[in-house]
Design a protein around this ligand. Structure first.
Ligand code: ACO
Length: 327
């Protein structure tokens, strides 16, 4: 069997503080009913003031390493998928490496927004296949609450904080990552972005006043592109692997909106009991949503050895991607 990459362990961490829809009703002109009906979200977690992305990421990483039975010093590479890193530099992966004491590991971040975990998996898969890397820690960690405009009801109800981590190792068994597909359309960058704080609009009084450091989204347009793109993506991924939708044991979508998830499931004729959904508890945690969901799916025995699991994500960029895994 040729060398493949395999997720050998997972871990996740979500902050304790819960922000419910009724809490949001007191902040902006919204309702529990609207949020549930239009998104499926009931509550989300909010990091403590002292917690940044690397703090959430390190908790998820420690859990994943414990489940893998490996020590931080054994890790060759740390990749963190985040759009809400601790600071512009150094990378959140470097900060995480230090906190973990993973002295041997190379470390870098990637920015593919909500598709970050799938993009990160494709990078890790490539590194594993070179044969030079044996143990990779891939982390999705986000503190989106720091980049949320709490006066904008069209975005502030959607996002939450959290982290998920996976350990990726080589295998020659008949299992592991079967194929990964990543895509981007930068012409649609304007649908979803955080315009301030970079070299285009460096931090200034103006960027602060205009809340340019917060997420802006043309929600409805993004929604339509997401549904169309993801429907095609999942069908193509299965076709390329000669897997019928009925053979798929679990779909783990990025957790942005229940209606997007349902549309994709419908396109595959998949019943919702074969689709993992936890956005009701956490909202959209961007790059962290798939590894958190994956960890919960494993802990609740929704995934067994030999199962076909399909991951799919869509986010700012625009970016999108899928990964088919035989567990
Ligand atoms: N409470 C009450 N009413 C609201 C709220 C709210 N929180 N937000 C919007 N509305 C109103 C709007 O003002 C609008 O009112 P109007 O008709 O009087 O103008 C009405 O509800 C409908 O607004 P739409 O934006 O058309 O609502 P839609 O059904 O599209 O739902 C949502 C909005 C939930 C944002 C949806 O479009 C969506 O999920 N979009 C995709 C998100 C996504 O997948 N993003 C990519 C990943 S995220 C990342 O990469 C970081």
């Amino acid at each position: 069997m040729p060398l493949k990459s395999r997720i050998t362990a997972t871990g996740s961490y979500t902050p304790r503080k819960v922000l419910s829809n009724s809490d949001l009703e007191k902040i902006v002109d919204t309702s529990d009913e609207w949020i549930i009906e239009r998104t499926g979200i009931k509550e989300r977690r909010i990091a403590k003031d002292t917690e940044a992305a690397s703090d959430l990421g390190v908790e998820a990483s420690r859990a994943a390493l414990e489940h893998a039975g490996i020590k931080p010093k054994d890790i060759d590479l740390i990749i963190v998928a985040t759009i809400t890193g601790d600071m512009p530099m150094p990378s959140t992966a470097s900060l995480l490496q230090n906190k973990l004491g993973a002295k041997k590991a190379a470390a870098f971040d990637i920015n593919a927004a909500c598709s970050g975990f799938v993009y990160g998996l494709s990078i890790a898969d490539g590194f594993i296949k070179t044969g030079n890397f044996k143990k990779i820690l891939l982390v999705g960690a986000e503190v989106l609450s720091r980049f949320t405009n709490w006066q904008d009801r069209t975005t502030c109800v959607l996002f939450g904080d959290g982290a998920g981590a996976v350990v990726i190792e080589p295998t020659t068994e008949d299992r592991g990552v079967l194929s990964i597909h990543i895509h981007s359309d930068g012409s649609l960058w304007d649908l979803l972005n955080i315009p301030g704080g970079g070299s285009r609009h460096p931090a200034s009084e103006k960027t602060l006043m205009e809340k340019m450091h917060c997420i802006r989204m043309k929600g409805n347009e993004t929604f339509k592109v997401a549904v169309r793109t993801l429907e095609t993506l999942v069908v193509d991924t299965l076709k390329e692997n000669k897997i019928k939708p009925s053979q798929l044991n679990l779909l783990i979508p990025h957790q942005a909106n229940l209606r997007i998830i349902q549309a994709v499931a419908k396109r595959l004729h998949m019943p919702m009991d074969k689709v993992f959904v936890n956005l009701d508890k956490y909202g959209n945690t961007s790059g962290a949503s798939i590894p958190i969901a994956l960890d919960e799916a494993l802990r609740t025995e929704r995934i067994r050895n030999g199962d076909y699991v399909l991951l799919e994500a869509f986010g700012s960029g625009l970016t999108w991607g899928s990964a088919l895994i035989k567990w």
